[in-house]
Write a protein of this length. Structure first.
Length: 310
């Protein structure tokens, strides 16, 4: 009898949760690529929080394709989703689609990548890329003893986040006259381009002593090139904080990185969206930035899927 009552109660609880989700509706979560650990972590953070708050979720990727993103937003409008969590495909080109959703009564929360206008998205939640770049640049300079030849591999200069990181690198490094830049190339944010460019730099500048990278995949590509060349005397730093970077920091091949709080910004976006949908409350600020977390050998073990735990 007790077992039957327990089963009945559990079933009722399950039905209640399902009813709540059906009542609250669906949130669309759209990121660049679900194959990329960073974007997958954004999707995970947003989806987990949305389900916790009683929503259904639809998780999609636009692949950095503005046309595909616009088509997916049009479909979401047609399906009358409750709201959209979006890491957009292009800062400027995405404005029109976000406006269209807003006009259809569907609020959009932007994460990671901003757009250049206010009062279109409900809120824009991003990383403090300038802080992240400055912190890792300070470690870089200190590790190199404030002198030596170095290369910069940027992550993707079509992305304002990468431009900001590069600017923050130089605000720190350029204060030291004995730090000599011998190359600056755009590695497009990929491991393969990072390795290819680093191979070329090693041939042209075998006396390079440091490499500062705009994101994690590029840093890992540079490390692969250095390993193939038998070079373990070159300081490498990056930004992102993936599990692979964590492991490289532990192994000593990556001096430091800055973990971007992918899951945290995505979860916050859902919290803000829920407050607006359920209570009509708008966030106090249009733009919110989360600090990056400097990761070195002392704390690398706390990093897991772009989440920093105890």
């Amino acid at each position: 009898m007790k077992l039957r009552l327990l089963l009945t109660a559990a079933a009722a609880c399950t039905l209640s949760l399902a009813a709540t989700a059906a009542e609250k509706g669906t949130i669309l979560i759209m990121v660049n690529s679900l194959d990329n650990p960073y974007y997958a972590s954004e999707a995970k953070g947003a989806s987990s929080k949305a389900k916790e708050l009683g929503y259904k979720t639809s998780v999609l990727s636009h692949g950095e394709d503005v046309k595909k993103q616009n088509e997916l937003i049009d479909a979401a409008i047609g399906k009358k989703v409750q709201g959209i969590i979006l890491d957009n495909a292009d800062s400027t080109a995405s404005v029109a689609a976000i406006k269209k959703a807003k006009q259809a009564g569907i609020p959009v929360v932007l994460i990671n990548r901003e757009i250049p206008v206010d009062d279109v998205a409900l809120v824009q939640i991003t990383h403090n890329n300038f802080q992240a770049g400055s912190e890792v640049a300070n470690v870089f300079v200190e590790s190199m003893g404030e002198q030596g030849k170095y290369a910069e591999l940027t992550c993707n200069l079509a992305d304002n986040n990468c431009v900001t990181r590069s600017r923050s690198f130089h605000q720190v490094i350029d204060q030291y006259p004995d730090m000599v830049s011998i190359a600056r190339q755009d590695a497009k944010g990929t491991l393969l381009d990072g390795k290819r460019i680093m191979d070329s730099i090693l041939q042209a500048h075998p006396d390079v002593k440091g490499v500062i990278c705009g994101n994690g995949p590029v840093a890992l590509g540079a490390i692969a090139a250095l390993k193939a060349a038998g070079r373990n005397d070159v300081t490498v730093v990056g930004i992102d904080g993936s599990n692979d970077e964590r492991d490289a920091v532990k192994a000593g091949t990556l001096k430091a990185t800055v973990m971007l709080q992918a899951q945290a910004i995505a979860a916050q976006g859902v919290i803000d969206l829920d407050a607006y949908l359920q209570k009509g409350e708008k966030p106090a600020k249009q733009r919110v930035m989360f600090r990056g977390i400097l990761v070195d050998k002392d704390n690398a073990s706390k990093v897991q899927d772009f989440n920093f735990g105890s």
